[in-house]
Write a protein that binds this ligand. Sequence first.
Ligand code: C2E
Ligand code: CA
Ligand code: CA
Length: 421
Amino acid sequence: MPTSPTPTDRLPRAPEPGDPEGEPAILLVDDHPFILGVGLQMLAGLGYRRVGSAGSAGAALGLMKADPAAVDLLVCDINMPGMDGIEFLRILEADGFAGGVILLSGEGTQVLQTVQRLLTGGRLRVLGALEKPAQAAPLRTLIESWRSAAPRRGAPADAAAFTEADLRAALANDEWTLHYQPKVDLRRGGLSSVEALMRWNHPTEGLVMPGRFIELAESCGLIDAMTEWALREAMTQLGRWRAAGLRTRVAVNVSVASLDAPDFAGKVGALLRELAAAPEDLILEITESQLMSSSAVPLENLVRLRMRRIGLSIDDFGTGHSSLAQLRDIPFTELKIDRGFVTGAHANPVTRSILEGSIGIARRAGIQSVAEGVETEEDWRLLRQLGCDLAQGYLVSRPLPPERLVDWHEAWQGRVATFVI
Ligand code: C2E
Ligand code: CA
Ligand code: CA
């Protein structure tokens, strides 16, 4: 029977505009008030902001009955008096709970493994099991694995398509915004740069991801205006961070279509002068497949950008078919390995060898290698072992609204020690 919630029993709070995208709503269930307190502190220390708690399975059921969609992830003790964790999860399963589950137990690995096996056959998404007291790093890894198990971003199959008029209205109404995702040095952990990723603050649909509108912008000729807006906004943001004591560089994604304009390099140069911004602080990311399939490689623009000392990154490397010779012709400063060859590479010999080869190509071309999609500590360790230069991915940080970067940087400096020893 669901029991009525006591003051410590509360659902995770609803999402708020300043939250990082995809911030999971976590419910921690444990009958030990002390352990519950420690767990809440640990999750707060890891940067999770939407965390609720329940002191018994009954209380958790009561909360979740009231609002089943309020929880994405349950972190649940399996040994509780009254209704135990197994019974609790079986009820949730029967109720159609669609979130993820992380199991906790003080009974040793054997019990945990058995319970995990018991539950894995069903509809619940059991992400893993941890022995108590749970350590922060493995807990974080399991929570982040929920994120990658969740549907991949981009255009959901049933999402309504936008039109050119929608995009023009967005431009006129100032609805575009940038989120920023750090790239950090794999050896020492320092912040190298941040990548600016476009978001659309849609009046009725909320935060819309670029998978749903970049192609449309390219096909209706709005991409140049979008790129110009992003360059201006990102370079201005660099100045705001600098005023707050944080120095970094920024990478902006550029469609090959924009590089076709003969005066692209000149325009970027003029913008930097207008903003009194250093060209060394800007990196332009261009995807390999677009570059290799465009009829004429916009070499002149690329060379002129490079002559102005703007950084050039070849994005999603491994998905196009460039050769070492082509890479040498185009003055790239950075090779960004597609996340398809990074995420989970430690467990897959084929991906791993492509990853290794790509890092080798960057080294021979004399440019920096960046791995995107670094999601776990295993990914991180392998990249260090293979001598990759920079890492970007959910393990380090998700894309963040600009006002959260300084706080992230502070927290990262505390966290990074465990990654670089
Ligand atoms: P991209 O340049 O390859 O950007 C990386 C994408 O991977 C981002 O998706 C980012 O949120 C996601 N990502 C980062 N770390 C991880 C991770 O650890 N695991 C997983 N699974 N994903 C991760 P997002 O923001 O949805 O952007 C999608 C694409 O849209 C970008 O791919 C880029 O090609 C394009 N895009 C974004 N902003 C702009 C822009 O201003 N201009 C242009 N032309 N294209 C843009
Ligand atoms: Ca990119
Ligand atoms: Ca990429």
